[in-house]
Design a protein around this ligand. Structure first.
Ligand code: CP
Length: 332
């Protein structure tokens, strides 16, 4: 694997290897302490982060690597990405120069830049990441784009394997939730992608206006068929759910400006997940990628429920990303 921008960048064998390696690393935290001694991981953020930033820093340190963290427009330049841009605005540096310069210092580059793009493009295409990848002389890791968050999905899969180790075909439910702001579709789309690529039964419960685009639906159906799982929308969380993954995302009603769907989201304020949803699905574990707006997205009682695994899931970011870095630096 050279780059990890989307889950389709790795084969299902590589995915299994990374998850198994994450389990081993979790069981013996310092096993690969010196594996990456002398390596440097550059992290470039256009958007805020707690888990992604800190878990990648700790992952690299525990492997013996060093980390350089940059925030565009804060401690480094504002960065342009459009090809042939006339840079007479706020941006002082182009991503093609950034990638080639950092390629001379570091051994991998992680970038976070999300937002609301990609709705009319082919599934999982992000124009910024396409441009960055084109000029990346070293592995590029997606720390969340406008369309996908594959590192989160590695931790999600590790978590659902841990909480239901003896179930091969799990019923994993993605449940939309309210939020005061329109949120990107990266996490929910990657969650479904990971589910269908892992041969699971993925069910999405959301208001009709919040369904994925027809292109994504077709992609998920086709991928599910390829990997022996299934993908569908349902009206309620099924009683046999193994996982209830709570997440908010924006509607496609105003693709040019998702902030306009405020009124629409107001109609669904009653969709907050509560402990009754967990009680109705006795095997289900509650997952959320965090950060979460308590008592809006899900109640305290749900998030603090004995079957909530949100902190296990957050910790698994560390183990999954150590395994990913190990994999990338072993094969590059
Ligand atoms: N889940 C996640 O990516 O968290 P951060 O936004 O804090 O990195």
């Amino acid at each position: 694997m050279k780059h990890f921008v989307n889950l389709s960048d790795i084969s299902s064998e590589q995915l299994t290897d990374i998850i198994e390696s994450a389990k081993e690393l979790k069981a013996s935290e310092y096993k690969h302490q010196s594996f990456a001694r002398g390596k440097v991981l550059a992290l470039l953020f256009f958007d805020p982060s707690l888990r992604t930033q800190s878990s990648f820093q700790v992952a690299a340190w525990q492997l013996g690597a060093n980390v350089s963290v940059m925030q565009s427009g804060v401690n480094t330049w504002h960065i342009e990405h459009l090809p042939n841009a006339v840079m007479d605005g706020i941006a002082q540096e182009h991503i093609k120069d950034v990638m080639q310069v950092l390629g001379g210092y570091a051994d991998a580059i992680g970038i976070r830049r999300f937002g609301f793009g990609g709705i009319n493009d082919q599934p999982f295409f992000d124009a910024f990441f396409a441009e960055a990848q084109q000029f990346a002389p070293i592995p590029l890791i997606n720390l969340e784009s406008s369309v996908s968050h594959p590192c989160q999905s590695l931790a999600d899969r590790l978590t659902w394997e841990e909480v239901h180790p003896n179930v091969e075909k799990r019923t994993i439910v993605l449940r939309w939730a309210p939020h005061p702001k329109p949120l990107p579709r990266a996490v929910p789309q990657s969650f479904v992608d990971m589910g269908v690529r892992s041969g699971q039964h993925v069910k999405v419960v959301c208001p009709p206006e919040f369904r994925f685009s027809p292109k994504y639906d077709a992609y998920f159906e086709q991928t599910a068929e390829e990997f022996g799982g299934s993908f569908c929308y349902t009206t309620d969380i099924p009683e046999d759910a193994h996982v209830i993954y709570v997440k908010s995302w924006h509607s496609l009603f105003h693709p040019e400006n998702p902030h306009k769907d405020q009124e629409l989201r107001h109609d669904y304020l009653g969709w907050t997940v509560n402990e009754k949803h967990l009680e109705a699905s006795p095997e289900a574990r509650l997952m959320h990628c965090l950060p979460v707006r308590r008592n809006v997205v899900a109640t305290d009682a749900a998030l603090d429920h004995s079957r909530s695994v949100i902190y296990q899931q957050a910790e698994n970011r560390l183990h999954a990303q150590k395994a990913l870095l190990n994999h990338i630096w072993s094969s590059f």
